[in-house]
Design a protein around this ligand. Sequence first.
Ligand SMILES: NC(=O)C1=CN([C@@H]2O[C@H](COP(=O)(O)OP(=O)(O)OC[C@H]3O[C@@H](n4cnc5c(N)ncnc54)[C@H](OP(=O)(O)O)[C@@H]3O)[C@@H](O)[C@H]2O)C=CC1
Ligand SMILES: CC(=O)N[C@@H](CCC(=O)OP(=O)(O)O)C(=O)O
Length: 314
Amino acid sequence: MTARVFIDGAAGTTGLEIRERLAARTDIELLLLPENLRKNSVKRREALNGSDFVILCLPDDAAREAVALIENPEVRVIDASTAFRTGEGWTYGLPELEPSQPKAIAEARFVSNPGCWPTGFLALVRPLVRMGLVPHDWPLVYSGASGYSGGGKAMIAEFEDEKAKGHEKSAYRAYGLGMAHKHLPEMHKHARIATPPLFLPAVARTYRGMLSEVALPLHALPRKPSLTTIETTLREAYKDSPVVSVMPAEDISQVRIEENAGTDRLWIRVFGNAETGQARLMATYDNLGKGAGGAAVQNLNLMAGLDPTAGLVL
Ligand SMILES: NC(=O)C1=CN([C@@H]2O[C@H](COP(=O)(O)OP(=O)(O)OC[C@H]3O[C@@H](n4cnc5c(N)ncnc54)[C@H](OP(=O)(O)O)[C@@H]3O)[C@@H](O)[C@H]2O)C=CC1
Ligand SMILES: CC(=O)N[C@@H](CCC(=O)OP(=O)(O)O)C(=O)O
């Protein structure tokens, strides 16, 4: 039996990525609206209610509107927007978050796909907080750079189209300077920490890819874990994941943002200096892969009981 899947927002940056991953599959029947009807609310309502699964790749308000249009209780939803990531009744779609998360996603009706930034943060810190190596009230700092497709069609135009409003010529732009980024609530909630992290995001002149980091002064943590303990804890947490891997850090002196661009992988490395007790935890992945489209396909596979890695670039 095939699962009928409707992508609302299939012409957008994230929607196109998901479409590409699903198009060739024989276990999925993909429903799409033609270009001239893709914002027609009558046709959208029909498609939203006539599918087994809908994947929403829309701005927050349009995602809320789409959910409100769903009347058929059999329809199950994956939402890629920020609208429901801390919402009641929604399951957070990061299978690697907790040992129980894949089952929770598999059984859920409403799944919120994680934000691209929270994906890296939670992958780096959640096992360390869970195991008590980082206290839940530790003032965590999270920094990194994203490819500009992370801002969707509007930011792609900003970086690529000289005629676009606010055309950007710079190679690297820091933002979120008011320290109130829209992803803070989900990082706070799902890391199960006392306060949101200090978050220092930037966007780089590369289309896709992310490199994000958490620095830890191991010597100042109550349990003074070694670099090896940190790395072993993370490796143990992801030992069964086909998507998240802890890679060896020795023999590497440089890491590039493009490392996992074009894939659905997320790689973690634990760098640092054992003598000074300073650690630099790093994640590389793709804002459109594990940060969005790949994560949505991973969640769909779990929810539909399909091969967990089908359609993923690993
Ligand atoms: N880009 C990324 O790396 C990530 C994106 N996301 C999230 O995914 C969602 C989609 O983002 P992204 O693909 O980047 O954005 P885009 O702007 O590239 O695409 C959004 C799409 O939604 C369409 N749309 C807007 N309003 C409606 C409506 N009322 N009915 C039907 N279609 C509508 C747009 O139409 P039109 O083409 O006419 O503008 C566009 O095609 C957002 O919520 C974003 O936060 C999450 C993680 C990462
Ligand atoms: C580079 C860039 O601007 N990235 C966006 C985040 C990507 C996004 O909007 O997606 P989600 O919120 O759904 O994850 C930002 O920081 O606002």
